[in-house]
Design a protein. Structure first.
Length: 149
């Protein structure tokens, strides 16, 4: 028997991932500020993302993450928390991230950009106005090895 889909938002599965930066801005409800790290967004919705990174992030520390990426020449900065973690292979992890968007205007902007992105991706795999991964980005992410635990 299959699991019911708990998602409430339209989700875009990306043939070519988006590249984004993220950093930890909170640990166990205390402010933090780490360096940015590059990630790949494999799918995205207004509710969250599925991302790949070589970083082994601790899931028990209630991390608050800030994600930065571009959609249609516009920088999007969105906060999120880890909901799921899977090791795909040594030094490559997949995370399910739930966005935490307090500003309804930003949520509406993200939703409208994602609808437009879905429409445009029916005709092409990459748009210059969005931060899609280059081959170099993918090599960087898949070749890195980090461990934060």
């Amino acid at each position: 028997m299959s699991q019911p889909n708990k998602r409430s938002s339209f989700r875009l599965h990306l043939q070519i991932p988006l590249t984004a930066l993220f950093k930890i801005i909170g640990i166990k409800n205390k402010a933090a500020d780490t360096k940015h790290s590059k990630i790949m967004i494999r799918d995205i919705s207004a509710g969250g993302i599925r991302m790949h990174t070589p970083l082994n992030l601790p899931t028990e520390m209630s991390l608050l993450l800030e994600f930065t990426f571009h959609l249609f020449h516009q920088e999007m900065k969105i906060l999120g928390i880890i909901k799921r973690k899977t090791m795909l292979k040594p030094s490559l992890y997949e995370y399910g991230i739930e966005f935490s968007i307090a500003d309804k205007a930003i949520e509406q902007q993200l939703t409208s950009h994602l609808i437009m992105l879905g429409s445009r991706l029916r005709h092409t795999n990459v748009l210059a106005s969005c931060s899609f991964c280059s081959d170099e980005d993918m090599n960087d992410i898949y070749a890195m090895t980090y461990d934060l635990t």
